[in-house]
Ligand binder design. Structure first.
Ligand code: HPA
Length: 273
């Protein structure tokens, strides 16, 4: 048994002393997007600090809690507050909670993030369903010896975001009369935002939105055979020829303002899973 697998089992064993729930859906809430957590009828709330091997969140806008409960009639586990590579955690630690979720029973993972919009058809406050991604983090959570009990050495990534879940999100948004965009997400390490030349490059290589998260969690989820649905809230417009100064407070404010719509969509998706 690998050290990683031992750490996962220890975390799972601890969580089992707090709740017997076997959530079928996992949810990772991004920057300024904690509101969905309030929709969950909680059965157990566990501070990350209590869970063996869980990293601690260092970004102030993130709360570090694992919330177990009912959402849309389903058992879910939500991470309120996630870990970013730029905080200095290894990829393995950033993605550790996703590993744990799998062994708690999760089969479907919903991820949200705040992202910069590079597709000129998007505007601040747009909601983008992630159809595919590009990993420009310069690292990968699967580097190192592969644990075959977790997943294959060379996982397939032909459908990193499940097509039927993307379609379901579209149906839910249509029913709710909420406009959504679809597009490719590119992950960069950050923590600085990008230069104009970088936005031009990222757009050129095929990305519609840019952020600093989600891809590590997605890779690990795919490694373990979880189905993933991802959403980006476009918090700032990253058009190289008309770039404005982006303030983190504004990014968080836009995320907060758009969040009720995204929360409604995510809740609707969970109901229909
Ligand atoms: N880059 C640019 N703008 C952003 C990002 C990013 O990573 N995240 C949220 N807005």
């Amino acid at each position: 048994m690998t050290e990683l697998r031992k750490r996962i089992d220890e975390a799972v064993r601890f969580i089992r002393t707090k709740t017997p729930m076997e959530p079928s859906t996992g949810i990772i809430l991004g920057t300024g997007l904690g509101g969905l957590a309030r929709e969950i009828v909680p059965a157990a709330v566990i501070d990350y600090a209590e869970i063996p091997h869980f990293p601690l969140s260092t970004v102030e806008s993130h709360n570090g809690k694992l919330i177990f409960g009912a959402l849309g009639g389903k058992n879910v586990v939500a991470m309120q507050g996630r870990f970013h590579y730029y905080e200095g955690y290894s990829m393995e630690r950033v993605t550790f909670p996703v590993r744990v979720m799998k062994f708690l029973g999760v089969r479907t993972l919903l991820i949200s993030n705040a992202a910069g919009g590079m597709n000129p058809q998007f505007s601040r406050g747009s909601i983008m369903v992630i159809t595919d991604h590009i990993n420009l983090l310069g690292d990968n959570p699967l580097i190192g010896p592969n644990d075959d009990t977790l997943g294959p050495r060379f996982p397939d990534m032909s459908e990193p975001y499940a097509r039927d879940l993307i379609a379901l999100a579209g149906e839910v948004a249509l029913d709710l009369k909420i406009r959504i965009e679809r597009g490719v997400f590119v992950a960069v390490p950050g923590p600085n935002l990008e230069t104009r030349a970088e936005y031009r490059f990222l757009r050129f290589i095929g990305a519609d939105a840019v952020g600093m998260s989600t891809v590590p969690e997605n890779i690990v989820a795919n490694h373990m055979g979880l189905r993933v649905l991802g959403f980006s809230i476009i918090t700032d417009e990253c058009f190289p020829d008309s770039l404005q100064v982006a303030k983190v407070e504004d990014i968080i404010a836009v995320a907060g303002k758009t969040e009720p719509h995204l929360t409604a969509i995510m809740k609707g998706v969970v109901e229909r899973l």
